[in-house]
Unconditional design. Sequence first.
Length: 328
Amino acid sequence: MQSQQSNTPAQPLVSFIIAYYDVGPQLLCECIDSILALSLRPSEREIIVIDDGSTQSPLPQLQQYADQIVYLRQRNAGLSAARNRGLQMATGQYLQFVDADDYLIKSPYEYCLDTVRRQQPDILMFDFTTGENEPAGVFTTDDPTSGAEYMSHSNIHAMACGYLFKLSILGQLRFTPGIYHEDEEFTPQLLLRAERVLSTDAKAYFYRQRPHSITTERNVRKMLKRLNDTKQVIYRLDRMADTLPPDERRAMQRRVAQLTMDYIYNIIVQTQNAHYLNRRLTELRSKGLFPLPDRDYTLKYKWFRRLTNNSVGLSLLMKALPRFAKER
């Protein structure tokens, strides 16, 4: 008796989700080309481009990729909504976010792909670079650990594009629409869902720093929205921590403390306004988030905590940090 061959297509190894909005078709094509240059067979990759209502559709320039990508155009709703739409469509075993003006770096990303093939982690964390030259050398990977264990002992980078993760751990987790710093809320929750996490020093992602990107826009209204959105993310993660098992709670509390430190730092550097700072510190105090918890997370954290714990230290930070940030 002959066995019947299934017509069901094989599951791709990786779904690449590219959110696009007004960065220019040339950069988008460069991003797609970096994925197509990888050793993945067509059946092993799924490239999903979500056009978030860009001023001018890049579709004419994407005709060359007609058989290799899935393109969807939606009404402008922001990065979170575009990524969430991509998550709805993705079918790969692993998911990879790529911003349309960035690209993957072939050699180190091939190392990442080989690692997930061999070890099948829930999450592989990799590094990024802002340099034009492709990193060379031998890459290393740490021993596997759980997401909670990793977060309890290490700072994490928030950028969701730095994580290659299994679709199966995502569950109902999505990005919060309409906010800046959506990665800050998404990434720690993603890590806590992972039982097996690997971290590599491979610089596999090129991050393009643009003068008018979301993270560098200096407009006052947008600056205040960024600060307020960060504050609301901190509050939501702090409330979530209270509902978690002990190991996960400790991990999330560390992340909340780190975000709170960064929030205070950004208030000082971006507003340079002592009155605004004092109002925000009073608000944090009412939520039990200030003074910062007395923990030996990092040397930087310990010193920042000490300085923000008294008026003299705060005055010193108000004078020194804006100057230091400007010199950098």
